[in-house]
Ligand binder design. Structure first.
Ligand code: NAP
Length: 251
């Protein structure tokens, strides 16, 4: 028996990196998982890889900032798997890298549209379905940058700080529906998204500043997310778990 047997999960941005690792772990723990991201070929590849391992997964294109994509993904999950118990809001973008005062309005709006607004609306749209199942659990993927803003990723870091606030703000109303909501704040996880941090000339020096002296693999975020979604965390809501090898995590 897996600890998520009989449960249905949606994981956004789950064709690569942290989202893929989380989706795989939830499936391994017994959940039926809806995989998604913007590109059909990525969805096909991820679904096929996970199905080959014997997991119950399906997949579809969902650009999280597009309302019609979110609606279709939710409806398709309910149609294929009978309902929704768990949601992992994992998608985020960072189109700019540089001093904060160089940030353009266009980049700022994009970051907040995808990282913050889409997270909120996806949760809002999924909640009635989770409520229909008698309750469930949500995990929001933030970042260590939300605590300690990166000098070169200012607006992105601020969007991740906003997710800590969103997690707390959602707690009271979701608690009345028997839905828990928690957050994870990863440090440097070796994915495409963070290549600029772990694959450049300064990476060695940066690594030395991490108490555990290493960067992490995506699957090091997966078991913790499965735990937060499971009944093992049944009295836990509104919390953020930092997965950052000991990097400071206070504002
Ligand atoms: P990644 O390996 O680059 O994977 C990104 C995934 O997101 C891909 O599946 C991509 O597929 C999908 N995607 C991108 N934009 C999307 C959108 N608008 N809608 C739906 N899917 C989208 O990235 P990652 O490092 O795993 O990042 C995942 C999350 O972890 C993000 O929230 C990020 O902020 C957070 N995080 C990462 C790190 C790190 O060091 N890696 C640290 C802290 C927090 P398509 O191209 O097909 O859309």
């Amino acid at each position: 028996m897996g600890k998520l047997d009989g449960k249905v999960a949606i994981v956004t941005a789950s064709t690569d990196g942290i989202g893929y690792a989380i989706a795989e772990r939830l499936a391994e723990d017994g959940a039926k998982v809806m995989i998604s991201s913007r590109k059909q070929q990525n969805v096909d590849r991820a679904v096929s890889n996970l199905q080959k391992k014997g997991y119950t997964v399906s997949g579809m294109v969902c650009h999280v900032a597009k309302k019609d994509h979110r609606t279709k993904m939710i409806e398709q999950t309910v149609k294929e798997f009978g309902g929704i118990d768990m949601l992992v809001s994992n998608a985020a973008v960072n189109p700019i890298f540089g001093p904060i005062l160089d940030a353009t309005e266009e980049a700022w709006n994009k970051i907040f549209e995808v990282n913050v607004a889409a997270t909120f609306f996806l949760i809002k749209e999924a909640v009635p379905y989770i409520e229909e199942r008698g309750g469930g659990s949500i995990v929001i993927v933030s970042s260590i940058g939300g605590f300690a803003p990166s000098e070169l990723m200012g607006p992105y870091s601020i969007s991740k700080t906003a997710l800590f606030g969103m997690t707390k703000a959602l707690v009271p109303q979701l608690a009345t529906k028997n839905i828990r909501v928690n957050c994870i704040a990863p440090g440097v996880i070796m994915t495409k998204f963070s290549e600029a941090l772990w694959k450049n000339e300064y990476s060695k020096e940066f690594k030395e500043r991490i108490p555990m002296k290493r960067f992490a693999e995506p699957n090091e975020c997966a078991g913790i997310t499965s735990f937060l979604l499971s009944s093992d965390a049944s009295y836990m809501t509104g919390e953020t778990i930092v997965i950052a090898g000991g990097l400071p995590s206070r504002m």
